[in-house]
Ligand binder design. Sequence first.
Ligand SMILES: C[S@@+](CC[C@H](N)C(=O)[O-])C[C@H]1O[C@@H](n2cnc3c(N)ncnc32)[C@H](O)[C@@H]1O
Length: 360
Amino acid sequence: MCHVWQHPTLPAEEVPIDFLAKLPAGFRRLVLTGGEPTLRADLEDIVDLVRPKTRYLEISTNGLLAAPLERIAARHPEVEISISIDGIGARNDTLRGEQDGYERKLATMQRLVAAGGRNIGLTTAIQDGNCDQLLDLYRLACRFGGEMAGCALHNGFLFHKADNEPANRVRTARAVQPLVYELLLSRHPRNWIRAYQHLGMMRKILGQPRRLPCPAGRDFLFVDPWGRVYACNIRPDLEIGDLASQTWKEIMAGSRAAEARTRVARCTHNCWLAGHARASLRGRRFPSLVRLQPLGWILANKLRAALGRPIDFDHAVDFRDVAHTPVAARRESGPGRDFHPVPQPKTEQPYGAFNNVMNK
Ligand SMILES: C[S@@+](CC[C@H](N)C(=O)[O-])C[C@H]1O[C@@H](n2cnc3c(N)ncnc32)[C@H](O)[C@@H]1O
């Protein structure tokens, strides 16, 4: 589902930590993702640097390299460490092309909890190949006391992908319903909010347009491995500046940022990754509060679930409005494949091929 591993960056060109020092304080959430963040030899220094700049810090990782994560969990127990798990047992390993990945990830999660980590969860890219295991994955996250962050498959430059398409959109979207119900039964309000976010994800899987305006470039931004700043991590044409040559203030107040926001307002991509969804649900003036409409749905359906009543999903999501799915070639996966990485220098404009790719 993601080909970023086939396009590694050259470590000497990766954004140096003193460029990241230009990030201001006062973020609500920062996510260190990738590629694979544990491949940065200075990941622990980066965490020390950015932790005071943000209320929540998350590391999104494949979880295969436990040692640096373990030291981070011991030093910053509140940091959310989200391990990518896309299925139970062999299903994960096949979908992700990982040798013994599932077992190694579980061992990492145990080590992180033992080291003191209080926020150890998992991320699942929901798709045809794992939609029958969503409750098992959610319960696995609960076993570790953490969250399961589900997201629909996307295309975009971060993933070096333009051909991710669900084969059976309705089946995959319907499979999210029991997960939404169980999230609402949880004691944690964060899971109720996630339940509502999953309605947007079901629409994304069905191929429908976004209901809420996209907050890219205003309420979230993406910094690429070289330090370039983008309004989002899907469209490479929304680059707004570069930490190598500009201050944060210059980037945010620059004409490219203003132009990108205008383009976002007209964007027809219907992205719904976790960061997009999170930002969409909160008002700009009071970002710690959930908007009224989602709040109403959450409270009403939390009550229904608590009373054991069914949720009317067809009222919230139109399952008859289903985008056409082109016949996509079967995705390559599985351990044992030859790996011939082609390093990407910063000068190559590596994302060019993804300009104008429609993200259905
Ligand atoms: C960008 S990855 C970075 C973490 C890590 N290197 C990994 O192997 O998953 C973060 C999350 O995005 C998910 N992901 C990968 N490709 C995706 C795609 N095309 N659409 C949506 N999510 C995707 C991954 O499965 C993972 O849960």
